[in-house]
Design a binder for this molecule. Structure first.
Ligand code: 13P
Ligand code: SF4
Length: 302
């Protein structure tokens, strides 16, 4: 492993590159990332980095967002096939139909979506800012894409607006059940349950806290409790344990593994830095259009 890390560090210097990673990647990537965070952090950071090249260790929508926000940079993906299934669970045609039906509608697009969806949206959101942004919108109707669960989670907290939902979800988080929650609570009666809002309502209702990956890590670090049941992808365990060595974290389910996030390996990071394979390339017009809702998100989230 040391040899691989040394090689990556040498390549980073040679190529003037930074490595950005989402919490859900494998532990070996946590070891080498210059920046690690949730989807919002990664989007914001992409606008600030000075290096010529960003290696985005995550799924393709994250690379696309970095490229859209920073079009002059080279954005590389260690595995071009690492993709979020939910990013394709809405359609431009669906958006067009909703716009036709509702005059005063804002199309709110969770960043877990491809560039085609983003460029047809009014504003992007992540799980860490969706509530704040929806509350700030002047529109009465909100068409929330693609995640029905995050949409419902926000809608419950904004009863003054009318939501139109889309039938998409995260296959990793949406699989969790109330039975698993009850079982975990029985096994760990002193633990607090922390979950991601991509989970179903029956799971979120049982939680002490529901929020983005960064929110979950911040909550566990601040809490006086010593034990936690974690209801999000298990990549967060690396930072949870590192920041809180005296606390104990139990996975809500051993199945909380995103297969696409786990595709990223040190070998693939070396390969992409050596050969520039899997560079994010977007049509100029696409990037220009998708830039608008992403920047609006960064502004409204301030
Ligand atoms: P956040 O890191 O923004 O909480 O998103 C979770 C997720 O599923 C990313 O794919
Ligand atoms: Fe997509 Fe879910 Fe994987 Fe996140 S955890 S990348 S939402 S499939």
């Amino acid at each position: 492993m040391k040899e691989k890390i040394d090689r990556i560090n040498a390549l980073k210097k040679e190529k003037n590159a930074v490595i950005m990673a989402h919490y859900y990647v494998q532990d070996e990537i946590h070891e080498i990332a210059d920046y690690i965070g949730d989807s919002f952090f990664l989007s914001e950071k992409a606008t600030e980095v000075e290096a010529d090249t960003i290696v985005l260790c995550g799924v393709s929508f994250m690379g696309e967002s970095a490229k859209i926000l920073n079009q002059k940079k080279k954005v590389l993906l260690p595995d071009g096939s690492a993709d979020c299934p939910m990013a394709h669970m809405a359609s431009a045609e669906g958006i067009r139909k909703v716009r036709e039906e509702y005059e005063d509608v804002a199309v709110v697009c969770y960043v877990n979506s491809n560039a085609e969806l983003k460029r047809n949206a009014d504003v992007c959101v992540t799980s860490s800012n969706a509530l704040k942004i929806v509350q700030a919108l002047p529109n009465q109707y909100i068409y929330f894409i693609p995640d029905k669960n995050l949409g419902r989670f926000v809608a419950e907290q904004v009863p003054t607006k009318t939501f139109i939902f889309n039938d998409g979800c995260c296959p990793v988080h949406a699989k969790l059940t109330r039975e698993e929650v009850l079982k975990a609570k029985e096994l760990h009666p002193n633990a607090e349950l922390l979950v991601h809002p991509e989970c179903e309502k029956e799971v979120v209702e049982e939680a002490a806290y529901a929020g983005s990956t960064a929110g979950i890590i911040a909550y566990a670090s601040k809490s006086d409790k010593k034990e936690f049941i974690i209801g999000t992808e298990l990549g967060v365990m690396y930072d949870l344990k590192k920041n809180n060595p005296e606390k104990v974290f139990y996975p809500l389910s051993e199945n909380l593994i995103c297969p696409d996030m786990k595709k990223i390996t040190l070998d693939k990071v070396i390969d992409v830095l050596e050969k520039d394979t899997f560079e994010v390339e977007l049509k100029e017009q696409f990037a220009k259009e998708a830039y608008v809702p992403l920047v609006r998100m960064l502004e409204l989230a301030k």
